[in-house]
Design a protein around this ligand. Structure first.
Ligand code: SAM
Length: 208
């Protein structure tokens, strides 16, 4: 996509996993970094970036078209604290230093329901190991989905990995107002909640 290619200062495309990315130089500061894995069209991460100018955000997204949509919003809103990384979450531990990240967000990740595709689920143990690497010891993971199968699988996978849960909800949109007011809807969340589907959510940390 032309727009994406025209803005290398905002979008890193398939960076060489062997080379270190200097995020402080790209952002122009050392503010804490939060990553959304699989941002789609980016309503969640662009809103977070707009609301929290003192934090840095990275949208990690496989697809160029989606990266272009996020980029357009970033440019329109002048979000200097948002970078777009077009790449595969399987390489996240090469894209970020160890202990460098405060939060990893997984929103409405592809469910990959067939058991033979388990390893592709973004909450499979090999992905959890990579999030653990990049997260600071005090960092955490936030996960939302409308898919009960993926939610149940993820709770089990995180539990088996020794993670602990700081928040769980099987109906996020009917939680207390103080929880609801902090929630930023994603595009998928908006669509599924409008159909009346419950939204499942959790916050989890790695044991230190
Ligand atoms: N998070 C958005 C939302 O809630 O509206 C989009 C959800 S969509 C179902 C999943 C997104 O994750 C897609 O945009 C897809 O390209 C991206 N994705 C899937 N696997 C990925 C991977 N391994 N690395 C990076 N992005 C990935």
């Amino acid at each position: 996509m032309k727009l994406v290619n025209e803005h290398p200062e905002s979008v890193l495309q398939n960076p060489d996993p062997e080379k270190n990315i200097d995020w402080a130089a790209r952002f122009g500061n050392n503010n804490p970094i939060e990553i959304e894995v699989g941002s789609g069209k980016g309503h969640f991460i662009t809103t977070l970036a707009e609301n929290n100018p003192d934090k840095n955000y990275v949208a990690l997204e496989l697809q160029t078209t989606a990266a272009g949509i996020i980029l357009r919003t970033k440019l329109e809103k002048g979000l200097d604290n948002l970078q777009i990384l077009r790449g595969d979450a399987a390489e996240i531990n090469h894209f970020f230093d160890e202990n460098s990240t405060s939060v990893v967000y997984l929103n409405f990740s592809d469910p990959w329901p067939k058991s033979r595709h388990e390893k592709r689920r973004l909450t499979y143990k090999s992905f959890l190991a990579k999030y653990q690497q990049v997260l600071k010891p005090e960092g955490h993971l936030e996960f939302k989905t409308d898919n009960s199968g993926l939610y149940a699988y993820s709770v089990q996978s995180m539990n088996n990995f020794g993670m602990h849960f700081d928040f769980v909800s099987v109906d996020l949109h009917h939680e207390k107002p103080e929880i609801l007011e902090k929630n930023i809807e994603t595009e998928y969340e908006h669509k599924f909640a409008a159909k009346g589907n419950p939204i499942y959510a959790l916050h989890a940390s790695f044991e230190t």
